[in-house]
Design a protein around this ligand. Structure first.
Ligand code: PEP
Ligand code: MG
Length: 543
């Protein structure tokens, strides 16, 4: 069979020579292929039952009005009539998620149209139920992906939660028909060293057989010829040698050739990622993306669970600083029952701190857990998606209120530093307006918002990067401000882990980067080849 070349977008470097692997419909996301009506009916029944169980567990911890609301939602879920139109639609051939959404939207619209204020107010409960069940349906992949050794996972899309729960065989890779190189999944893939190509187009989904995935070139070659395979083998050998060299750098502090120390911290999305990592290889944790493990309403509300997670990270860090970001839900990271269901433009809508301030009940739980964890180590709290100075002031007031309440009830706690992500140009242009104890540049969103490109779409994501002079100028502006007022400025976006970008970022004045753990060695190796003592002054050229 003649070889077949598909060109996509490079998302995580590395080569895989292996077999294309399509997950079974039961073990895959809803993008993996059509399921039968019988499957869909069973999936919806399971999702409704587990939403009910989650609400019942939540109910155990509540009392008063809160218990009444949750009790009512459980009763609605147990009412067979509620899901009847959805099951009818499934029998007529509609997929479970669409059938459920349509049935619930009709119910919600009927409540919203009521003349009675009491009934109109119930619409929110149905929205909540709709989103809970939908989240389970979409996440209910029927199991964890088990990607075999040397296999190239071929799918339309992959969600961060699917990536994190999957078991990746040795030498596996990822080929996606859709996706973007700046998505969270692409970031996670780079962090784990899993080669990945996105944007291959839907025609890729029909392919089968042996293939060569080139994550640096952004190509997928099916049934590659002898010559191509031989070249790939030689490259694989030299990449393995390069990885061994990077691994040697990973164990040492990052020092430039002329002796300037750069902090290289780790970025994580789940405390479990720390298993097997040596804390001595990192200058602490520069970003914990809490929304990726607090991704269910009941987990959001669980103070003890959060405290245990944050304390575990601090214990691992052994006295090194740990920066925990408060929930950055919204955009590409929805949380059912928490983020708005139908925003026209979620990345410009309710995200990050905007949502936290709208849900003080949820935000206070997180701040309290963070203040309690701060008693066990040097914890820093970071606010995402800050746009207005008032947002920082409001968050600080809530944090202080929680600290005062903990003190009043004699609960051990600390006062964590409160810093902000710089990912909205409004902040990068005038950082002096923001009363932050530290700043961390979120280059992923800063690029998106400065260059007006969608980080989720392969085609537009290519039009912007942290190398854009406008983005580097904004970064230099923030580092200059940090130096002036003596406050730390670091960068926790994905650009910090890109060896090609590192020289420009350091030239823009940065001396602290937070990167996916697997990239620390490569970043330190680049730093070791640079002379930095003369660069990084305000206004220094950054290209
Ligand atoms: C960023 O925007 O650079 C960032 C680190 O945040 P996230 O990628 O989680 O949006
Ligand atoms: Mg961001």
């Amino acid at each position: 069979m003649a070889e077949h070349l598909l060109v996509g977008v490079a998302s995580s470097p590395g080569l895989v020579s292996g077999r294309l692997w399509r997950p079974e419909p039961e073990a895959a996301s809803q993008t993996a292929g059509p399921a039968s009506a019988g499957d869909d009916e069973a999936r919806l029944r399971r999702a409704i039952a587990s939403a009910g169980q989650a609400l019942a567990a939540l109910l155990d911890r509540l009392d008063g009005d809160e218990a009444e609301v949750v009790g009512m939602q459980i009763a609605f879920l147990e009412d067979d009539e509620l899901a009847r139109p959805a099951f009818e639609a499934i029998a007529a051939g509609q997929p479970a998620d669409e059938a459920w959404t349509a049935a619930m939207d009709a119910e919600i619209a009927a409540y919203q149209a009521s003349d009675d204020e009491y009934f109109r107010a119930r619409a929110v409960d149905f929205q909540d139920i709709r989103d809970r069940v939908l989240a389970i349906l979409l996440g209910d992949a029927g199991g964890v992906l088990e990607v075999p050794d040397q296999a190239i996972l071929l799918a339309a899309e992959l969600r961060p939660s699917e990536f994190l729960s999957a078991r990746w065989g040795a030498g596996a890779g990822i080929a996606l028909a859709q996706g973007s190189p700046t998505s969270h999944v692409a970031m996670l893939a780079r962090g784990r060293g899993l080669p990945m190509v996105v944007g291959l187009g839907d025609e890729a989904l029909a392919l089968r057989g042996d293939a060569l995935l080139d994550g640096a070139a952004g190509t997928l070659v099916v049934e590659p010829d002898e010559h191509r395979l031989a070249t790939a083998k030689a490259r694989l050998a030299s990449e393995t040698a390069g990885r061994a060299e990077a691994a040697a750098f990973a164990a040492r502090p990052a020092l430039s050739r002329d002796g300037v120390r750069v902090a290289v911290q780790a970025t994580i999305a789940d405390p479990a990622e720390l298993d097997g990592l040596d804390p001595a290889h990192f200058d602490g944790i520069g970003l914990v993306r809490t929304e990726l493990f607090l991704d269910r309403p009941e987990r959001l509300m669980d103070e003890e669970g959060q405290l245990a997670a944050y304390s575990r990270i601090l214990a691992w860090a052994g006295g090194r600083p740990v920066t925990v970001r408060t929930l950055d839900a919204g955009g590409d990271k929805p949380i059912a029952g928490y983020t708005p269901a139908h925003e026209a433009n979620p990345f410009l809508g309710m995200r990050g701190i905007r949502l936290s301030l709208r849900h003080p009940d949820v935000f206070r739980v997180q701040l309290r857990a963070l203040a309690r964890a701060a008693a066990t180590g040097p914890l820093k709290v970071m606010l995402p998606m800050v746009t207005l100075p008032g947002e920082v002031a409001a968050a600080r007031a809530l944090l202080e209120a929680e600290i005062a309440a903990l003190a009043a009830s004699g609960v051990a706690h600390g006062r964590p530093a409160l810093g902000i992500m710089v990912e909205v140009p409004a902040v990068a242009i005038t950082p002096e307006r923001f009363d932050a104890d530290f700043y961390s540049i979120g280059s992923n969103d800063l690029v998106q918002y400065t260059c007006a490109i969608s980080r989720e779409e392969a085609a537009s994501a290519q039009l912007g990067s942290a190398a854009d002079p406008s983005v580097l100028a904004l970064i230099a502006r923030v580092t200059a401000h940090g130096r002036q007022v003596g406050r730390e400025v670091s960068l926790c976006g994905d650009a910090g882990g890109d060896p090609v970008m590192v020289p420009a970022l350091l030239a823009a004045g940065l001396r602290s980067l937070s990167v996916q753990p697997g990239l620390a060695g490569a970043v330190k190796a680049v730093i070791a080849g640079l002379d930095l003592a003369a660069s990084g002054e305000p206004g220094a050229p950054s290209s």
